[in-house]
Design a protein around this ligand. Structure first.
Ligand code: ASN
Length: 482
């Protein structure tokens, strides 16, 4: 029977790995800098209708790198995570429509400014709210950690409004449009651009922001000074040779193309699915890859914890209990942020988002697995151990030959359950910038504002994959019971 389980596990592993092979591979030649960006901040940073990451920031960076001769790769994530990644030395620089503020200058060194901005406010298109006084008692939606949020926090008591926070701009806009909140504060050029692209909001400031500000590229204070100098040098070059103006006009001139994609493509679920096929597939590949690696490693780690949990040695049992208790009790998102942002900030050791993501899955799912594995072994009738020992088997032999095989059989349903949970949990890793299925959905919604259709597609894809996983697991379960 034990052999049966092994064969089944190996078969399942290979089946999963086959799926994992669809996942995007890291390129062979590593670029020299990692630069984070705001995933959803049109016209500065966003995905175009061919799912390419573009925008004023991205085009400027590309030309600046060319002019100054450096290479880089971009990691789009939430604005807050993009800034934190640099503050914790996980990334070398950040270009995220970032306003240069005195507060931020304490943590970051900024480049010369590359665009003028300022905080403005917007309401839903047909809102009756006209002045800040009308905000009294109402809720304002803000994006975490932004200059717009900071401004609103400052005037909140004066105008008597309440605040709700989201991590990306599109969710903020949706919240205001859906009427859960009545207004938002953000960069004037961004709000204007969003309205021009058909988002049902109204900018209330006209053309005059509350306070003028400037956008800049940032590195961690005192670090990556070469990159900063190269950025400034490249910026000066492209301002001089006209490339800068060309880029800005490409996005902001009167006849600039909109970025939403054609109306036809966005009207139906099928249209959205086929015009974003590549992005969905690549997101799914990454989700599958994380799931497969996560499941295999978490199961091995969980098995080890479980076996340690029934050890004769008290210390080994205590270690297992502590590890299970710690990581089962920690919200997964907190663990992901701790590993990706907290730990490197403390130690200076860089961890890639992918490694941090896998570690998060392994520690979290492994703790749950460890708990049910220990439970499974403990629920094997005590008489079995006694019988095995009385036949002359040592404790280790009895565990290996009698208890573990019977326990594993009892655990199969729990394993299946944990596999499905692992697959769903990978979606949380979008928060640290892993471009899996959920993050792919966010990027597409930002561009086409088709929240219902895009999230319906993403939900369907998860359901299909979970169904496949369940079928496979049921097959494994049947084999192990045969
Ligand atoms: N302009 C915003 C800020 O600096 C950045 C953003 O929302 N991407 O806070």
């Amino acid at each position: 029977m034990k052999k049966g389980i092994l064969t089944a596990v190996v078969a399942a592993t290979f089946a999963f790995l086959g799926l994992g092979a669809l996942g995007p591979k890291a390129s062979a030649s590593e670029p020299s800098y990692t630069i984070t960006a705001d995933a959803t901040y049109a016209p500065f940073d966003f995905q175009d209708k061919d799912n390419k990451y573009v925008g004023i920031d991205q085009d400027l960076l590309k030309e600046i790198a060319k002019a100054s001769g450096f290479t880089y790769n971009v990691k789009p994530m939430t604005f807050n995570a993009a800034m934190q990644s640099v503050a914790s030395s996980q990334a070398d620089g950040v270009i995220a429509g970032t306003t240069i503020t005195d507060e931020r200058k304490k943590v970051y060194d900024f480049s010369d400014s590359y665009y003028k901005t300022g905080v403005a406010w917007a309401t839903a298109k047909n809102s009756k709210i006209r002045s800040l006084d009308d905000l009294k008692g109402k809720v304002v939606a803000l994006k975490t950690g932004t200059a717009g949020a900071e401004y609103a926090e400052k005037i909140k008591d004066q105008y008597g409004f309440k605040i709700t926070y989201f991590s990306d701009s599109d969710t903020v806009y949706r919240d205001v449009i859906n009427g859960n909140s009545v207004a938002t504060f953000a960069d004037l050029p961004v709000l204007q651009y969003t309205v021009k692209n058909g988002t049902a909001l109204k900018v209330q400031n006209g053309d005059a922001p509350f306070d003028a500000g400037y956008l800049g590229f940032a590195v961690k204070k005192g670090e990556n000074q070469q990159l900063l100098a190269d950025f400034n040098k490249g910026l000066a070059t492209i301002k001089e040779n006209g490339t800068y103006d060309k880029i800005v006009n490409k996005y902001l001139s009167a006849k600039a193309e909109t970025f939403t994609g054609s109306a036809k493509d966005n009207k139906t679920v099928w249209g959205i699915l086929s015009s974003n096929k590549k992005a969905f597939l690549s997101g799914l590949g990454q989700t599958a890859y994380l799931t497969v690696v996560g499941i295999i490693l978490a199961s091995l780690w969980g098995l080890l914890l479980g076996v340690m949990g029934v050890s004769k040695n008290r210390l080994v049992r205590a270690i297992s209990t502590t590890v299970v208790y710690t990581f089962r009790g920690m919200p997964m998102l907190v663990l992901a942020f701790f590993l990706y942002i907290g730990f490197p900030a403390l130690t200076g050791v860089k961890i890639s988002a992918w490694t941090a993501g896998i570690l998060t899955l392994v520690l979290n799912e492994g703790a749950y697995t460890g708990a049910f594995v220990r439970g499974g072994f403990n629920s094997v009738d005590a008489g079995q151990m006694e019988a095995a020992r009385s036949l002359g088997l040592s404790h280790a032999q009895a565990m290996r030959r009698v208890i573990i095989p019977q326990g594993l059989k009892l655990m199969v349903p729990s394993f299946i359950n944990q596999f499905i949970i692992t697959l769903k949990d990978t979606s949380l890793l979008s928060a640290i910038g892993i471009l899996e299925l959920t993050q792919t959905g966010t990027l597409i919604v930002t561009r086409n504002s088709q929240g219902f259709r895009v999230w319906a597609i993403v939900a369907m894809i998860y359901l299909v994959v979970i169904t496949l996983l369940t079928l496979l697991s049921n097959w494994v379960e049947k084999r192990t019971n045969a």
